[in-house]
Design a protein around this ligand. Structure first.
Ligand code: NI
Length: 169
């Protein structure tokens, strides 16, 4: 099933998600549906709150369907080390047409569980490190524009309000 992407200012995007506790066939189906919904929306990362499900689960595929080995599922993830700095532009399926440069760590290590509940550890640099931080932020109710300066965030919020009023959101 293809889920519709939830957009800001839906409250599900702005509250911490609940841990996943059941590693069953329903979860496996949800993971498959999240990949399908992400591809349908032309995204490279999707967190469960973005489809209205407040669970600590995210999927990432930087290859966008080209390499099955790059499909990543992170369940109950946490960042255990973060090193270096990067400052690159980000976008988000829940904030269409909004892009801005965000300060992130350049290299992160993440501990999580796979779809069977087994512990996994995965490291990422550059774009992958950014995807990990962006998606795990979603599980904590944080959107990328919350990481901007107050001034830049207000500018983006004004843009969004205008789009909402114009019926373009
Ligand atoms: Ni996002």
């Amino acid at each position: 099933m293809i889920y519709e992407i939830v957009k800001y200012p839906d409250p599900v995007l702005q509250r911490p998600a609940e841990p996943v506790t059941e590693f069953d066939s329903k979860l496996r189906r949800l993971v498959e549906d999240m990949f399908a919904s992400m591809y349908e929306a032309h995204g490279i990362g999707l967190a469960a709150p973005q489809i209205g499900i407040s669970k600590r689960l995210t999927v990432i595929d930087l290859s966008f369907q080209k390499n099955p080995e790059e499909k990543i599922v992170l369940i109950n993830p946490k960042i255990v080390t973060a090193e270096g700095k990067q400052y690159e532009e980000e976008g988000c399926l829940s904030l269409p047409d909004i892009r801005d440069k965000v300060r992130r760590a350049a290299h992160v290590k993440v501990q999580a569980q796979d779809v069977q509940g087994k512990p996994v550890e995965i490291e990422g640099d550059e774009l992958l490190a950014r995807a990990f931080q962006h998606e795990i932020d979603h599980l904590d109710g944080i959107l990328f524009f919350d990481r901007l300066s107050r001034l830049k965030r207000d500018l983006q919020l004004r843009k969004i309000r205008k789009m909402i009023q114009a019926g373009e959101w």
